[in-house]
Design a protein around this ligand. Sequence first.
Ligand code: URA
Ligand code: ZN
Length: 364
Amino acid sequence: MPIVDIHTHVYPPSYMELLKSRSTVPYVRSIPPTNSPRLFVLPSEDPPSTTSTGRPIGPEYYDISQKIAFMDTHNIDISVISLANPWLDFLHSSGAAAAAEALNNDLSATCDKFPGRLFAFGALPMSASIEEIVSVIKRLSGMKYMRGVVMGTSGLGKGLDDERLNGVWAALEETGQTVFLHPHYGLPKEVYGPTGGEEYGFVLPLALGFPLETTIAVSRMLLSGVWDRYQGLSVLLAHSGGTLPFLAGRLESCIAHDGKLLREGKIANRRTVWDVLQKNILLDAVVYSEVGLKAAVDVAGADRVLFGTDHPFFPPLEKNVEQERWPSVTTNYKAIKDAFGPGEMEKVEGVLGGNAVRLLRLEV
Ligand code: URA
Ligand code: ZN
C-alpha cells in the first residue's frame, strides 16, 4: 500500500517572486546579520506592530526536487501538494482570477514532471467574483492532477457561513472536488496577552490559534446549514479538525440547548456534527499524538483519516546529518502506528495512504 502525504505545501517560484516584491504580510525579506531570506506570513507579523523576525525560507518551499527528496527520505510515494497560506486571499480582486489560473497551470505542470508521484489541490481567487471563483473550480475539475482546492477560513471576507458562497459549494459538490480547509488567520493576538504572545515565538498562534480557527470556521459552516444544503460536499480539515473531534459533543449540546435556534426552527431537521463528521468531513493525521489521532479516528472513522506532513513547515531546528528524517514527520508516523492495535494493520495502511488513494482517486 502506498504512503500518501495529503498535507504538503509549496510556494511556486512565481509566488516567491510575489512575496519578495511585497512589504506587508505575506512577504519575504532578507535581514541582517545572516541576510538569508525570511518569511513573514501570519497576520500578527505585519509591520510595524510586530517584533517577529519571521521564519527561514529556502528552496524547500519552491524547488520541487527538494519535495521529491523529502518524500524519498520519508518513504512517501505520493504527495498531494497545495499552495501554502495565505494562498491568493490578499490579491486585489481585479487580477485574482488570472493569478489563480496561472498558479494552477504551474502546479499542474509540476505534477506532470513526476507522474504518479504528485497530485494537487488548486488555489481559488477568493477576492474575485463568485462567477470567477466558480469558473476556476470548473476548470480544475478537468485538470489531470487536480483533486480539489485548498481554502482558508475567510471565504469572501466574511467567513464560510456566508450565503454568497452557495455557488462555490454547489460547484465543488457537483464536480466531486474535495476542499482542503486550512487555517491562516488565527485568533486576535490580544488573547495571547499584552504583547500578543510574541515572547513565546510562534507557539501560541500555531499550536492553538490555527486549530481553533479551523474549529470555529467548520462550526459556522455546520450552523449555517452548509451540509444540509450540500449533502455531498467533502471537506478535508487540516490538523485533524483543530479541536472539533474533542468539542463535537459540546457543540451538539449547545445547539440542542439554544433558545434562539429553537424559536427559529433550526434545531429539528438538521444534520448533526456527528453525521457530517462521518459522511462529509475527512481529517488529516497531522496532530502529533496518539491521543489526538484516536479522537480523529473515533469521530470520522479509520477510513476517513489521512496522513500528512505539513512539509516544508516545521523542519528540524538543528541541522544534523545523522538525523535526516524530520521529527515533525516521525512523530505523526508513530502516532498512527500507536493508535491502532496489533491486528489493525489494515487501518494503519488506510490512514498512511489507502484512504487517500480511494477518496481522492489517486491514479494517473
Ligand atoms: N505555519 C504556517 O504558516 N503554515 C502552515 O501550514 C504551518 C505552519
Ligand atoms: Zn499546512
